[in-house]
Design a protein around this ligand. Sequence first.
Ligand code: GAR
Length: 201
Amino acid sequence: MRKRIGVLLSGRGSNFEALAESVAAGRVPNAEIAIVVSNREGAPGIDRAKARGIATRVIPSKGLEREVYDRQVAAMLDEHKVDLICLAGYMRLLSPYFVAKFPNRILNIHPSLLPSFPGLESQRQALEYGVKFAGCTVHFVDENLDAGPIIVQAVVPVKDDDTEATLSEKILKEEHRIYSEAVRIVLEEKYKIAGRRVLQS
Ligand code: GAR
């Protein structure tokens, strides 16, 4: 049985697209993207999913209490019998209800070397702080922001002439590579979690 992935996104959807490409190319074996859900109308990621013939849903979040909204999303994911949930530029905090419902089954990609620079505009935070190396992280999602056990990270050097745009571009290229790698590790169950450490087996 192929493992079923649900993707949650809010915008551009380039990480979704890279994952879809990896699944199609067999770099994430025995998997399919079963559903792509956006909380925002007009998210380009939804058009990208449609163009690939993948089921999509827009569930607008505006005005809804966090858990009420998350229950709708969870019902949609259950309906599509999703094994793994990938947040791909999903700009919402998850309720404790949602996190508890899918233990160790939600992954997130974040454009920094966590635990540095959680939250928004991480690339700008990294530049302003003056770090010489930046990067990205794929991690399990727990109840805290950008904080669960780390599955894969990638590092990019920060050059003197980097701007937020050039640094973001370099990081994004690595994001596209490591998200698929992390999804493969998790779906093949080739890991164990020891404390905060995700160890590959
Ligand atoms: C990516 O850089 C992702 O790491 C970031 O949003 C961007 C989405 O791009 N996510 C976060 O900052 C989450 N805290 P995409 O829509 O093209 O994948």
